[in-house]
Design a binder for this molecule. Structure first.
Ligand code: S3P
Length: 426
């Protein structure tokens, strides 16, 4: 860790991050099928959310974007138009999987494709439940995109996803809004609940209960009212700055950031490692949000297990970088999903950390990092993956030499403006 100037000597760095990507995707999709005009401020400018807007344009949805305000005119599910062209989801898995759920109940055929990187990612996880509801999905022989969805007369199902995934849950709930009867998703490990929260705010017939198999979320067909929403700052983007603060010994306050408990796993793990963090929740509905205060100090190693993974899945590369500076051996397991993201994040992270001089090892479902180690000059390949690019950028703040991140531009997929925000930590 770099030497800190005593806290009293300077004011904390005060920062805001752009709107949450996961919430922005959902707000746009649900606003598009609501009845009325939705106003969504703080809409994310991330490349992934642009992909969602492009898809909605081709489905005949009218909207305008002025600054960070999205105004979207919904005329109900039935108003979605058969696409006259292929739906390009770019590099966004959330766009593709949520669109599959939305289109599963529409009486027309849609073709979905994306960037070559997205065409490597598993899609059977959404195809299986949507097929059992009555939609026809034709995937490649490898169960990937490009694929075709022909919407059918859907019937409700009770579904226990074999993989903890908010994208799969959301796809099934979007189809459930168009199905006869009740659609239920049962999660043994809770994943982010943004879809459920927005649906509730829009007056949808949705119910969440604790059952013997875990959290049960049920939905029926019903009309959605328009949304008037301010999207909180993206906690996954904020986490990059939290990691930067801990790496450089900077006192930090992040304002108006999302603090949804289903997303706070990274903060809980850091607290376990000894970080002093304060969460000041100011609003609870529809999404908890407030200020996050970071007071840096020494970190000790920890173990992260399967039950925790969905709550910090996107922050694990950052944890890998910080673990190089923590005293002891940090072990992450139960995180095989990392290999199915924009890149194989276990392999990419371990390669990058080794190049930096870290003592790191891959596990089939995670990684082990021994610390503390001095990091030096390196070229780190982000493998066209925004989360790896951001993690290696924090590696650059920790390292004593020069770090070049190959593929730094990919940070725009989720956090445009990251490089400028990190400049405050040097
Ligand atoms: C997301 C869910 C997570 C996460 C992704 C965004 C979402 O993916 O990794 O960045 O917005 O629902 P999975 O559902 O595949 O776990």
């Amino acid at each position: 860790m770099k030497q800190r100037i005593p806290r009293a000597a300077r004011a904390p760095l005060c920062i805001r991050v752009p709107g949450d990507k996961s919430i922005s995707h959902r707000a746009a999709i649900l606003g598009a099928v609501a009845n009325g005009l939705s106003r969504i401020s703080g809409f994310s400018a991330a490349g992934d959310c642009r992909a969602t807007l492009e898809v909605l344009t081709i489905l005949g949805v009218s909207f305008s974007v002025e600054g960070d305000v999205l105004r979207i005119k919904g005329e109900g599910m039935e108003a979605l138009a058969a696409p006259g062209t292929i739906l390009d989801c770019s590099r966004s898995g959330t766009t593709m999987r949520l669109a599959a759920g939305l289109l599963a109940g529409r009486p027309f055929e849609s073709h979905l494709t994306g960037h070559p990187q997205l065409l490597q990612r598993p899609m059977r996880r959404v195809a299986e439940p949507l097929r059992s509801m009555g939609a026809a999905l034709h995937l490649t022989p490898e169960d990937t995109a490009p694929f075709t969805v022909r919407g059918g007369d859907l019937k409700g199902i009770s579904y226990e996803p074999p993989i903890a995934s908010a994208q799969v849950k959301s796809a099934v709930l979007l189809a459930g809004l168009q199905a006869g009867g009740i659609t239920k998703v049962i999660e043994r490990i809770t994943t982010r609940d943004h879809t459920e929260r927005l649906l509730r705010a829009m007056g949808a017939p949705i119910n969440t209960a604790i059952g013997s198999g875990g959290i049960e979320t049920s939905v029926r067909a019903g009309d959605l009212g328009p949304l008037d929403l301010t999207v909180p700052g993206d906690l996954s983007s904020a986490s990059v700055l939290v990691a930067a603060a801990l790496a450089t010994g900077t006192d930090l306050r992040i304002q108006d950031v999302g603090l949804n408990a289903t997303r706070c796993g990274f903060l809980r793990v850091l607290q376990r490692m000894g970080a002093e963090l304060e969460l000041h929740v100011q609003t609870e509905l529809p999404e908890p949000q407030g200020d996050l205060v970071v007071r840096p100090g020494p970190l000790t190693a920890t173990e992260v297990v399967a039950e925790e993974i969905p709550s910090l899945i996107d922050e694990l590369p950052l944890l890998g970088v910080l673990a190089t500076q923590a005293e002891g051996t940090t072990k992450v397991s139960g995180a095989a999903e990392l290999r199915a993201k924009e890149s194989d994040r276990i392999a990419g992270l371990v390669d990058g950390l080794c190049a930096l001089g870290g003592e790191v090892q891959q596990l089939p479902d995670g990684f082990v990092v021994r610390g503390p180690t001095r990091l030096g000059s390196a070229v780190c390949d982000a493998r066209e993956d925004h989360r790896l690019a951001m993690a290696f950028s924090v590696g650059g703040l920790v390292a004593e030499g020069t770090v070049r991140v190959v593929g730094l531009d990919y940070v725009d997929d989720s956090f445009p403006g990251l490089v400028a925000s990190l400049a405050g930590f040097r």
